[in-house]
Structure formats: C-alpha cells, structure tokens
Ligand binder design. Structure first.
Ligand code: AMP
Length: 222
C-alpha cells in the first residue's frame, strides 16, 4: 500500500515534469525572443552598442545602413539604387527597405531575437515590422533610443568620416541634413512606440561601458 502510494506520486511527478518540458519546448520560444529597435540619430553610437548588446544577449543585429553599404560595395542592383538616395542623405524608399529587412530577418529563423538598428525610420516601416513580428508569433519589446545633442553628433560624424571613408560622413551639410531628416521623419515613431508603452530614452553621452550599462538596465527588465 505504502509502495503503491510512492509509485503513484512518482508517476504524477514525472507526468507534471513532462508537461512542463513539452509546453516550454512548443510554446515558450517565440515569447522568449527579445526584439529591440535601437534608435538614435546618425552618430549616436547605435552601431557600437548594437555590437556589444548582440554578444551580451545573443541577438541578431540587423543594420539597414550596413546592408545597403554591403550592397553598394558589391555593386548589386539594390546597392546602385540605395546609393543615389544615401549620397544625398535621403532615406531609401520604404518598399525597397522593407523588402530588404524582411529578407534579412528570414535568413535567421532560429534567432533568440533581433536588434534592429536604423529600422524602422518611417511609420510605414514600423507597421511593416509589427506585421512581420506578428507573422513570426512575436513582437517588438522596446524601442530604446540613444539621446545625444546635435552638435556632439556633427563632431562625432566628421571624425568618423576621416577614417571610415563614408561619403555621407565627409560633408557637414550632408551630416546636418541626415540629422534633420532623422528628427523630421522619426518623431512619429517615438510617438508610435510611446503609445504602446515601449519607448525608452537613454542618455547616449559617456563611455561605451556606461552607455551599455544604461541600455542593459532597460533590456534586462523586458
Ligand atoms: P545609417 O548607417 O543607419 O546612418 O544609414 C545610412 C543611410 O542608409 C541613411 O542615411 C539612409 O539613406 C539609408 N537607410 C538606412 N536605413 C534606412 C531605413 N530604415 N529607411 C530608409 N533608408 C535607410
């Protein structure tokens, strides 16, 4: 009788354990994903921070600017098209950018989550991203925005232009146009994510480590 009770308890325990395991296997993964939109004007340090955060949280980093530059370097059709906009500091058209972003996401079906760097930049792109996440049974958890004063940004980008060889970093007028375009076109995004309680502003001035710590404070709570 006593042995029977113990056996019964063990069977119940094993069943509960199996249920928990199967549930986590089949349903938890999409919810565990952390999808972060890293936001900030050109020169705010998004690229540097994305690289650190990608390793820290095992996320896939997609920088639309980097993908465009890769295509320009390899003289693809997409690269030639993007270059004509980028050289003037203008945004590449939404349809082109959204298709490219979707293709990059689809290349990583097993990702723990994504850091979107430089995307979305328009309301249409934000809607397309929300749809794409929904299709993947996940969502954007946060837009984390690095906040840096304009004059600091111009100084940083001119310095970067001396070593990066990027045409859009060499000319102060183009830099100012990119910063102005960023605020003109992205204010609506701040409001979009604020309305969903997903917007987090982070001070982007300081050492790389300090800024990473501030960003991590936000990400750890997601
Ligand atoms: P970035 O490296 O993020 O500063 O991007 C460099 C340039 O690439 C921008 O000035 C745009 O011309 C283009 N670009 C990057 N991301 C996007 C986007 N999400 N939508 C449209 N154009 C973009």
């Amino acid at each position: 009788m006593y042995k029977g009770t113990i056996f019964f308890a063990i069977v119940i325990f094993a069943l509960l354990f199996m249920c928990r395991f199967l549930t986590s296997l089949f349903s938890k993964k999409p919810n565990r994903m952390k999808n972060i939109v890293l936001f900030g004007p050109p020169g705010a340090g998004k690229g540097t921070q994305a690289e650190v955060l990608k390793n820290k949280y095992q996320l896939v980093h997609i920088s639309t600017g980097d993908v465009f530059r890769y295509n320009i370097k390899n003289a693809t059709q997409l690269g030639t098209l993007a270059k004509s906009f980028m050289d003037k500091g203008h945004l590449v058209p939404d349809e082109v950018t959204i298709n490219m972003l979707e293709a990059e996401v689809e290349k990583n079906p097993d990702a723990n989550g994504f850091i979107f760097d430089g995307f979305p930049r328009t309301a249409t792109q934000a809607e397309a991203l929300a749809e794409l996440m929904k299709k993947k049974k996940t969502q954007i958890n946060a837009m984390v925005a690095l906040e840096v004063d304009d004059e600091i940004l111009v100084g940083r980008l001119l310095e970067r232009g001396k070593v990066s060889g990027r045409a859009d970093d060499a000319n102060e007028a183009v830099i100012r146009e990119r910063i102005a375009e960023y605020y003109r076109k992205t204010d609506i995004l701040k409001k979009y994510y604020q309305s969903q309680d997903k917007y987090y502003g982070v001070d982007g001035v300081g050492s790389i480590e300090d800024i990473t710590a501030r960003l991590s404070d936000v990400i750890d709570k997601l």
